[in-house]
Design a protein around this ligand. Structure first.
Ligand code: NAI
Length: 463
């Protein structure tokens, strides 16, 4: 007997998500009824579901969605991502007359409030956003529409816990938590390509320094650039904020049909090998550490340079701040060091004056794995890190989700070793704010406009 043995669930839509959702409920002991668009697709989905299950499960089929929900406590819809289709389906559910039913949608992009109106009773409609594949991913984002009743949200949370999964709570806002906080990760990595940094370098830096399992460009190729372009256009339309506008390069690649892995080419050329191979080829791995002086600074004024010149031996500047490019003295290597999952990881900067050799020399002496990057503000890693932190701070500021839930969501939904607000606590709001302001000054783009919460936190920390 599983945790949910008293629960009766109806699932509509037997694509990968619906099948996975039906399976996790059945494995937790719930009585599950499934239905697809017609008898034939329902039978095919049922057969596939039984074939995918690693242990025997008991799932029944219904002839119509009305039949499926009549005796159910919970209805989860995972049909195609089209409002009109979901609207028609919800009207059928409503017509079945089960007033005690909780109605959940697995939508990734539609408004729960609008689906609530389509159902006719918004108080009973909630978002239950599972991650792909639902059988493996532990995270479920619970979305409360403006009129969703609090007890419906609580019941959804309790059922998620009964599945052995973790629920995070999110207001009804485009992209919810995980996909919203990751927007700058995708935008900035593509902008860096436009600005001359190779995709393999960007991905290797993110994996080596931030411990992400996949680099952002590899991930974009995997999802499909056309899908990303669509979600960027939606974000721009929904938020009306130019910071979400798509990157011209994405559009260019989509128009050329190079949309990613499925097309054989995107940011990587899949006929030439795996992204992992291209990434290892750009990482330099030295033998072992030696003595080096590392000078950590966020600024580099002429007096900092004077101080540097007094130091003996090999000197490295450990900073990603770009405002001081003109001050870097000859012979001083510019590196940005990160304590990654597998030890020290360095971005070494190809500087106009010093060249790249002094920086490589220092990274090697420190025993740090390294990638070569261009002198751009925030380099690669901090730029991606700061903009994600800024997006996460905006969510907290707008009361879309709590800091704890955002960190949990990124850890579980993206396998990030630390959440963005944990990273903020580590770096300190003043450093992140200074970094964002540096980007804003260099590029003049509202993408880098700091969240007011960050501004207040940095002011508070200074007092
Ligand atoms: P899919 O398009 O592969 O499958 C949809 C299924 O719904 C098909 O079997 C189709 O025959 C069926 N269907 C269409 N109209 C129907 C109707 N009126 N009644 C019953 N069944 C109907 O979709 P997928 O990828 O499984 O996603 C389903 C939902 O989950 C969408 O809302 C999507 O946005 C959301 N989602 C998808 C994720 C993913 O990674 N694929 C992740 C999280 C959410």
């Amino acid at each position: 007997m599983g945790e949910l043995s008293d629960l009766r669930v109806a699932v509509a839509g037997l694509g990968p998500m619906g099948r996975g959702i039906a399976r996790v409920f059945a494995q937790a002991g719930a009585a599950v009824v499934i239905v697809d668009a017609d008898a034939e697709t329902t039978a095919a989905g049922h057969a596939k579901l039984l074939e995918e299950a690693d242990s025997p499960i008991d799932v029944t089929t219904a002839a119509s969605v009305g039949d499926a929900v009549r005796e159910a406590d919970l209805f989860v819809e995972a049909i195609v991502e089209k409002f009109e289709a979901k609207q028609a389906l919800l009207a059928q559910v409503r017509a079945a007359g089960n007033t005690g039913l909780v109605v959940a949608s697995n939508t990734s992009s539609l408004s729960i409030g609008e689906l609530g109106r389509a159902y006719g009773d918004p108080s009973r409609v909630v978002g239950m956003h599972f991650f792909n594949p639902p059988t493996k991913m532990r995270l479920v984002e619970i979305i409360r529409g403006a009129r969703t009743a609090p007890d419906i949200v609580e019941r959804a949370r309790a059922w998620v816990a009964g599945l052995g999964k973790t629920a995070v709570l999110c207001a009804d806002s485009p992209n919810f938590i995980v996909n919203r906080v990751c927007r700058p990760l995708y935008y900035e990595s593509q902008l860096l390509v436009t600005q001359g940094v190779a995709p393999a370098v960007i991905d290797a830096a993110v994996k080596g320094a931030l411990g992400h399992r996949m680099g952002p460009l590899e991930l974009l190729d995997f999802t499909g650039l056309h899908t990303h372009l669509g979600s960027s256009e939606t974000a721009l339309r929904e938020f009306g904020d130019p910071r979400y506008r798509p990157i011209p390069l994405t559009r260019q690649l989509v128009r050329a049909g190079t949309t990613g892995r499925a097309a054989g080419r995107g940011y990587y050329d899949y006929s030439a090998g795996k992204p992992r191979e291209a990434q290892s080829a750009v990482v330099r791995r030295p033998a072992g550490p030696e003595e080096v002086t590392v000078y950590r600074t966020n600024t580099c004024t002429p007096s900092d340079v004077a101080a540097l010149r007094e130091l003996e031996g090999r000197v490295a500047l450990d900073s990603s701040h770009g405002g001081w490019v003109e001050h870097l003295p000859a012979g001083v290597g510019w590196v940005r060091l990160h304590r990654g999952g597998e030890g020290l990881f360095a971005e070494v900067v190809a500087d106009e004056v010093a060249g790249i050799e002094p920086a490589y020399d220092i990274a090697d002496a420190l025993g740090a794995a390294s990638v070569p990057v261009l002198a751009l503000p925030g380099l690669v890693v901090d730029r991606l890190g700061w903009t994600m932190i800024n997006e996460a701070s905006t969510l907290v500021e707008e009361q879309i989700a709590t800091a704890e839930d955002i960190d949990l969501a990124l850890r579980l939904g993206m396998n990030h070793p630390a959440g963005p607000l944990e990273r903020l606590a580590e770096a300190g709001p003043a450093e992140v704010l200074a970094g964002l302001r540096g980007l804003l000054e260099c590029f003049g783009d509202p993408r880098y406009r700091p969240a007011q919460l960050l501004v207040r936190q940095a002011a508070g920390a200074a007092r």
